[in-house]
Structures are given as C-alpha cells and as structure tokens.
Ligand binder design. Structure first.
Ligand code: FES
Length: 110
C-alpha cells in the first residue's frame, strides 16, 4: 500500500440542466483544498494523499468523501467538518459516525 490514508473527495459537476445533484455544485473543490491545506499544516508522520475524484455514485446524500484503507464513505460533508474528519479518522483512527453513509442513510429512513 502506498498511502496510510488515501482520501478521495468528489468534485463531480453535472451540467446545469441535469436534475441530479452533484458534489461539485456545492463546494467539492473547497473541501479538497481544505483537506490539502490542513494536512500540509499538520505535517503528520504518515503517508497521506487527499485528492479530487469523479462521482462516487451516492450523490443524493450531499458532498461525498471516501477514505481508504477503511473504505468509509462520509456524506453531507461541509467545510467545517474537515477538521473533525482529520482529527478523528486520520489522526485517531476513529470513524466520524454522524457523517458515515450507513448512519445517515438509516437516519433518513426513519
Ligand atoms: S456527484 Fe458526488 S457522489 Fe455523485
């Protein structure tokens, strides 16, 4: 494995006349920059990469981020969630349960 943590941030932007939501409309690139800047500032002693990705096909749940090797999908990610994801998931290896796809999906189904 090349990276200890590999973060993919959806920045997909659909054409204006396509009704399906896309992460790039909100702040996909802003989230990418926030991850990159924060990780650069922290200069953690692990191998990390944060990068943009195409559609991860869970568009209806809002801004999507997936982190490997755990394969945890976070949805509805806002700029002010980036610090918590880095602090919890990247540094402390704890899942941010409130943003995890399965939990958000279950909450919506209630
Ligand atoms: S547009 Fe981001 S998951 Fe589909």
């Amino acid at each position: 494995m090349i990276y200890d943590k590999h973060i993919f941030i959806c920045t997909n932007q659909r054409a204006a006349d396509v009704p399906r939501k896309s992460c790039g409309e909100a702040h996909g690139m802003g989230i990418v920059e926030a991850f990159k800047n924060k990780l650069k500032d922290l200069d953690l002693p692990i191998k990390l990469r944060a990068q943009k990705s195409g559609c991860l096909d869970i568009c209806d749940f809002g801004q999507t981020v997936v982190i490997y090797p755990e394969g945890v999908f976070y949805v509805g990610v806002e700029l002010n969630d980036v610090d918590e994801i880095i602090e919890e998931h990247i540094i402390n290896n704890r899942i941010v349960e409130r943003l995890k796809l399965e939990n958000v999906r279950a909450k919506r189904a209630q």
